[in-house]
Design a protein around this ligand. Structure first.
Ligand SMILES: Nc1ncnc2c1ncn2[C@@H]1O[C@H](COP(=O)(O)OP(=O)(O)OP(=O)(O)O)[C@@H](O)[C@H]1O
Ligand SMILES: [Mg+2]
Length: 235
């Protein structure tokens, strides 16, 4: 799915947090968003993902203008098209890994047994087949983030929005998590936006967008876009 923002601004209590962001992201593109704390990165992700609405301007996903949607319609787009991954995993502690992964499907009306079956398949993909019955509190940080990724992937999203997905993980586990996300792009046409403070992670994307004080100050395409031509990229 393509993402286009048309001069979007966001104010909180009259204070501008984003100031006229114009972005064009193509389908299957893997984009890093960088910038200092408080510069508006998470806010931008929330507007693109329809978690929040801009004060001015429009967000287009493919050819859909999100501003034309009711709150219910927006919630449906979020539920069916967008996989969110956060620094804090936001897993439900009182249900097991498989049930956590199945939850977006169950909320969307998929029959419980079918949802659990699909959750099992995605848990296999993220390497957690042996932990499907475990409750989140019994899993390591990296395993919990894998569950969160599986939960994002289970809906077969068109867009993945990841906000510092490795922020709470050690370097090695973070690398594994990012490798898993890259693998996802190879296998689907999913568009991925990842907010990161880690230059190593950013260097492995197709494009780095830098935000400062609510404005894009740099937008650099990288040459490493091998997945668009279908070749295998393991670095
Ligand atoms: N719901 C809100 N109400 C009021 N102000 C907000 C709200 N959400 C964000 N802000 C303010 O907007 C600015 C941008 O916040 P945002 O969370 O987008 O920054 P960020 O770039 O993601 O920072 P970080 O790297 O620390 O996560 C900050 O000054 C923040 O205090
Ligand atoms: Mg943030």
């Amino acid at each position: 799915m393509t993402i286009r923002t048309e001069n979007i601004a966001k104010h909180y209590g009259g204070i501008p947090v984003l100031k006229g962001i114009n972005l064009n992201i193509t389908e299957g593109e893997y984009v890093a968003i960088m910038g200092p704390s408080g510069s508006g990165k998470s806010t931008l992700l929330h507007l693109i993902g329809g978690i929040d609405r801009p004060t001015e301007g429009r967000v287009w996903l493919q050819n859909h203008d999100l501003s034309a949607l009711t709150d219910d319609q927006l919630a449906t787009v979020r539920r069916r098209q967008i996989g969110f991954i956060f620094q804090i995993y936001n897993l439900i502690p009182v249900i097991n890994a498989r049930e956590n992964v199945a939850m977006p499907l169950i909320i969307d009306g998929v029959k419980r047994q079918d949802a659990l079956k699909r959750a099992t398949a995605v848990l296999n993909i993220v390497g957690l087949q042996d932990h499907a019955e475990a409750f989140p509190g019994k899993l390591s940080g990296g395993q919990q983030q894998r569950v969160a990724i599986a939960r994002a992937l289970v809906i077969e999203p068109s867009i993945i929005l990841a906000d510092e997905p490795t922020g709470a993980l050690d370097t090695r586990t973070g690398d594994e998590i990012m490798a898993l996300l890259r693998q996802t792009i190879h296998q689907t046409r999913c568009t991925i936006l990842v907010v990161t403070h880690d230059p190593r992670i950013a260097a492995r994307t197709d494009r780095i967008i830098t935000i400062r004080d609510g404005e894009i100050v740099d937008d650099t395409p990288l040459k490493r876009n091998a997945h668009l031509s279908g070749s295998v990229l393991t670095g």
